[in-house]
Design a protein around this ligand. Structure first.
Ligand code: BMA
Length: 349
């Protein structure tokens, strides 16, 4: 563990942080975090993860909430949000949505948790990547909606894969996504490589392939454990700019949050991908974009020292809004000029 990790000076935390907490939610909510955010139909929309319910230990040394659903909020300025009266996806609704993709299985017996939404507006529709815990392993999926009431699930990955994010337009006629497989085997050097950011493409958003590793964990100086995509990429003149999450572990750390065994730190990183071939990395920031430093990131959360971006928006004036879950408990905002973010990415061949 490197105790000195700092956030980039160009990134400014919003003075109203945390922007949204459990107190803002008109139905049972314990933790509001890891939201996807988009500009859609003239306003800002957020779909957030809500962990709720009894807080008793559900299994040994792992104190989790019994329930997770996805809440919905709208905003006119991206800062002041109003949470809708009901969640937009409950576990019961997730069963119904996933059932067509689980032929031969009863979704109520397969799906355990539906979480970590990421929003991308593409061709006028809002797509939502999500993670789903199943009896077959962790899977990623892509759903589409026009109204945040009716959703269709288009595809779900093989186990074990998640943290999927969709690019906001086709590249060379193909849809593009980033994802993070979780392979179990691979030889002695595997630990440095196994959790990386991968890219795959699709002609129809349903069938995905041509997978390539874009960023192995070994290339990230501030990760010693795993990495994965974070918010969906934004398009800039110099390339696709995108965040990733990076984890470093200190076994000596001990308890650090409500969960007894929590020892990890999650930072946010930044990289630049080629506009015409986004599987080609052309820039990487060697230091974190955001490292846990503010009190709502380091103390009092479920898992302290966690920053997990889920939304990144490029505003017309060049400001980039970065929405992130902090300490697996609250939702926050940081901003930075896009030119500064591009400068931070060390050019790569
Ligand atoms: C990951 C996911 C994220 C979470 C992070 C830190 O495995 O569950 O939703 O923010 O762990 O707990």
């Amino acid at each position: 563990m490197n105790p000195t990790l700092q956030s980039a000076p160009a990134v400014i935390r919003h003075p109203d942080n945390p922007l949204l907490t459990a107190d803002d939610v008109p139905y049972p909510c314990s933790l509001l975090f890891n939201a996807g955010v988009a500009r859609f139909q003239g306003r800002y929309v957020m779909v957030f993860r809500n962990d709720y319910g009894p807080t008793q230990a559900t299994f040994e040394n792992d104190r989790r909430w019994d329930g997770t659903n996805l809440g919905l909020a709208f905003s006119d300025d991206g800062v002041r949000w109003t949470v809708e009266p009901e969640p937009c996806i409950t576990l019961e609704k997730a069963y119904e949505l996933a059932q067509p993709l689980l032929p031969g299985y009863d979704a109520t017996k397969v799906i355990r948790r539906f979480y970590d939404p990421r929003l991308t507006v593409l061709d006028g529709r809002c797509y939502m990547c999500f993670a789903v815990d199943t009896i077959h392993g962790l899977r990623g999926g892509i759903a589409v909606t026009d109204d945040f009431d009716h959703f269709d699930v288009l595809t779900m990955t093989l186990p074990d894969n998640r943290n999927m994010v969709l690019f906001p337009e086709k590249v060379n006629g193909q849809y593009v996504r980033l994802e993070r497989p979780m392979p179990a085997y691979g030889g002695p050097d595997m630990s440095a490589w196994k959790f990386g950011v991968w890219l795959s493409t699709s002609p129809d958003l349903i069938h995905w392939g041509h997978a390539r590793c874009v960023l192995p964990a070994a290339d990230v100086p501030f990760a010693n454990d795993k990495i994965g995509p974070a918010a969906p990429p934004i398009k800039t003149e110099r390339g696709w700019l995108t965040t990733f999450h990076a984890v470093d572990v200190d076994d000596a750390r001990g308890k650090n949050g409500w969960e007894d065994t929590w020892k990890k730190r999650y930072t946010a990183g930044l990289m630049l991908l080629d506009l015409d071939d986004p599987s080609r990395r052309i820039g990487l920031c060697d230091t974190p974009l955001l490292a846990p430093q503010a009190p709502y990131e380091t103390d009092g959360g479920f898992r302290n020292h966690v920053i997990f971006p889920g939304g990144m928006l490029l505003e017309p004036g060049g400001e980039v809004k970065i929405y992130y879950g902090a300490a697996d408990a609250v939702e926050c905002l940081a901003t930075a000029p896009v030119d500064d973010l591009l400068e931070m990415c060390r050019p790569e061949a």
